[in-house]
Design a protein around this ligand. Structure first.
Ligand code: ZN
Length: 357
């Protein structure tokens, strides 16, 4: 394969424009969903492109920027797909959701306009999950400043907990989702966010439950080995969704619930909403591209979160934001090529499965 990495962008607005341009070169229906935020002039839009017959039995869904800044890889993969559109079976349609969390993408944050981690936001808000381990770590996760000494001290304490609790319990505590600390990390929110509501609207508008076969691929970055795209299924291991996902992706697929993934089981994933609307042959997988180490990610997120909730200099904020972006989006040709190659593989496998079995 030789694919150009020109489909990658430097910022949200460039990604959006490239996506619009690529959309014009194909025969599809494009819809814009605007996220209007008071006092913010920036135009934040999720674009949705539908390719294929309205009543097609089978559907492939490609999602980017659930976690804002992680949108660089997903957006590029979507644009690359449109630029090299393969022949698609007449009874299969493709739904492309570009920049589901446009605010996070535009500001290089993982979270949305309300500090909500969209991928922890799909819970029953009358009875939100408890994460008591997070409470224990709260004083170490919330920094009191940006000095290196303080950061090293909290790292030291967190490392102690990681050793004591083991990797899985520790990571679940930090990033499994919490619903008590609105200014904290991996906060799932106290209401359905704009992007949450949009996801539900799209599920209805595009008749997900009426299809015969559905595959959703939600493209993320930040976990696992550098450049590798891990297919993660968060279906219940014995469910029909897990079986269908395994039929589609075989040994490629990992499962947090079975301990085989670089991701741990989490609260409030967007997967859980889609699961409720799937036909028997319906699955949702996260295509997660590795970058650097998890501890590095936590340290950067702690500092970035501090900057958003405390008075800091513009230079400090920009410096941290740059580090965060560099963590989730390594702007290197090798990483970018691996993303495109892997996405093409997964899309090809998915389309084949939808068309023939
Ligand atoms: Zn993510």
């Amino acid at each position: 394969m030789h694919r150009s990495i020109d489909c990658f962008s430097k910022e949200y607005s460039e990604a959006r424009d490239k996506f619009l341009m690529a959309s014009q070169s194909v025969d599809g229906t494009l819809t814009a969903y605007k996220n209007t935020i008071p006092d913010l002039e920036l135009e934040l839009v999720t674009h949705v492109l539908y390719l294929g017959a309205k009543q097609a039995s089978n559907l492939l869904v490609l999602i980017s920027a659930t976690h804002g800044v992680e949108g660089y890889c997903g957006s590029a993969a979507q644009i690359d797909f449109l630029q090299h559109l393969p022949k698609i079976d007449s009874d299969t349609a493709v739904l492309i959701i570009h920049a589901l969390n446009p605010y996070g993408f535009a500001f290089d944050r993982r979270v949305n306009e309300d500090n909500i981690d969209l991928n922890r936001n799909f819970v029953d808000f009358t009875d939100t999950p408890k994460n008591s381990d997070y409470q224990q770590l709260m004083s170490f996760l919330a920094l009191s400043g940006l000095d290196e000494q303080g950061l090293l001290a909290t790292q030291h304490s967190l490392k102690h907990y990681r050793l004591d609790w083991g990797d899985t319990r520790f990571e679940q505590a930090v990033c499994g989702g919490q619903y008590s600390d609105a200014h904290g990390l991996f906060y799932g929110g106290n209401k359905a966010s704009w992007s949450h509501q949009l996801a539900l609207q799209l599920i209805n508008e595009f008749h997900i439950s009426e299809r015969q076969k559905v595959i959703v691929v939600d493209i993320h970055s930040g976990l696992g080995p550098y450049g590798y795209g891990e297919i993660i299924s968060d279906h219940q291991p014995d469910s029909s969704g897990a079986k269908w996902a395994r039929q589609c992706f075989a040994h490629n697929m990992t499962e947090p619930a079975a301990g085989t993934s670089s991701s741990v089981p989490k609260h409030g994933l967007m997967d859980y909403l889609w699961h409720q609307h799937f036909p028997v042959q319906g699955c949702y997988v996260t295509l997660e591209f590795g970058t650097f180490s998890v501890d590095k990610m936590f340290a950067i997120l702690q500092q970035e979160n501090y900057c958003w909730h405390n008075p800091v200099s513009t230079a400090q904020k920009q410096s941290i934001q740059k580090q965060l972006r560099g963590y989730f989006y390594p702007e290197y040709q090798d990483w970018q090529e691996m993303v495109l190659f892997r996405c093409q593989q997964i899309i090809t496998m998915s389309l084949k499965k939808l068309a023939h079995e």
